[in-house]
Design a binder for this molecule. Structure first.
Ligand code: PLP
Length: 386
């Protein structure tokens, strides 16, 4: 295949070459254990702490509030099980219907264990049902909330400051899955938004897959998830993945520096793609177009299957993704698109394009030169179009 146009950056991103370069010495020359007493360990410990400070700076936290984990999913599991576990067995758990499975499934497991779990809905444009959320917070007793900062499929951003402040006023512990927001939104700032716990993941911001972090605000109690070691303040046992942590540290610093300019350049490309694709008949954007990540476009082409579009785009070297997941042989529309009540005719035809700093205007030109033809061809074959 010739050049690949990669527009699936909400799935994962390319590791920044500078990040990879920074990681190398920690495999071969500087391979000491950060917990060792000797100088070889002490030096590595200092590098882990430098990375912690860089990650903390990206979200305006104190370094002592950052716990390194193996991924965003682990951080989410740790936050939900560990956060609820530290409260009491009768805690009510409040989340939304559009969370990532690494939040939804732990919440559903807690339901099976007897907790009351409330899944708040979203509006047709994917924004949070604030009235439903307020009603959930009015539940008497102890409460734990987990709401994502930005949705991975639509890019829709929840009103995090408002949601966290409401939770605080109701005495609830508040976790946010900010995997898609960190490094993309300036407002991810824990000094301004009173979250107790926040999840981030390396591979969404040009660090490698397999490293993440959980921010734990000073004073917030969580029950350790992995036990048997003093690492990470006793909250996450296991020798630290030093090269990956160093990589995440540098990626965080680069993301902080690029955030302002990068995001606006990316939004310009995304908007041009959106305008071009909306010129196709029966195309519609899923999600609020103003309250959205700058890099994400989720668009439905009515009467045709998203998977079929992806297949043809992939043939033309374009990597995007669909909102559907292939479950046991049947194509189920995504839980996010369904929660928004997208009409039946469009629910199967949703495609997500997600940009990164490595995309160019030429990528947009290529997608615009290919996609309308693919849509026309598939429409001609669709049983739903007369
Ligand atoms: N949360 C959201 C919103 C995500 O998009 C993802 C990854 O797609 C995750 C959590 C899981 O992160 P990881 O792949 O690092 O486990």
């Amino acid at each position: 295949m010739e050049k690949v146009i990669y527009l699936d950056n909400n799935a994962t991103t390319r590791v920044d070459p500078a990040v990879l370069e920074a990681m190398f010495p920690f495999f071969t020359k500087e391979y000491g254990n950060p917990s060792s007493m000797h100088i070889f360990g002490g030096h590595i410990h200092a590098e882990v702490e430098r990375a912690r400070a860089r990650v903390a700076a990206l979200i305006n936290a104190d370094p002592s509030e950052i716990i390194f984990t193996s991924c965003g999913s682990e951080s989410n599991n740790m936050a939900v099980f560990g956060g609820v576990g530290a409260i009491s067995p009768d805690t009510t758990v409040i989340t939304s219907r559009v969370e990532h499975p690494s939040v939804l499934e732990p919440c559903r497991e807690l339901k099976e264990r007897g907790h009351r779990v409330i899944e708040v809905g979203v509006m047709a444009d994917g924004t949070l049902d604030i009235d439903g959320y307020s009603a959930a917070l009015a539940t008497p007793g102890k409460k734990f909330v987990s709401l994502m900062w930005a949705n991975n499929e639509t890019g829709v951003v929840f009103p995090m400051k408002q949601a966290a402040e409401k939770a605080q006023a109701a005495g609830a512990i508040f976790h946010t899955d900010a995997v898609q927001a960190v490094g993309k939104l300036n407002e991810v700032d824990v000094a301004k938004v009173p979250v107790n716990l926040l999840t981030l993941s390396g591979h969404k911001l040009h660090a490698p897959k397999g490293v993440g972090a959980l921010y734990v605000r000073r004073g917030t109690r969580i029950k350790p998830f992995l036990r048997g070691g003093h690492q990470e303040r006793g909250l996450r046992a296991g020798t630290e993945n030093v090269p990956y942590i160093v990589g995440l540290g540098l990626a965080a610093e680069l993301a902080a520096a690029e955030l302002k300019n990068g995001a606006s350049r990316i939004a310009v490309m995304r908007d041009r793609l959106e305008a071009g694709l909306l010129a196709c008949p029966d195309a519609s954007v899923n999600g609020n177009r103003k309250l959205r990540l700058p890099n994400t476009l989720n668009i439905s082409f009515a009467y045709i299957e998203g998977e079929a579009i992806l297949y043809h785009l992939s043939d033309a070297g374009i990597c995007a993704s669909s909102g559907s997941a292939c479950t046991s042989g049947s194509l189920e529309p995504s839980h996010v698109i369904r929660a928004m009540g997208v009409p039946f005719t469009s629910v199967h035809g949703s495609i997500r394009f997600s940009f990164s700093k490595y995309n160019t205007e030429a990528d947009v030109d290529h997608v615009l030169s290919v996609t309308p033809g693919v849509v026309d061809k598939l429409r001609a074959l669709s049983p739903f179009v007369s």
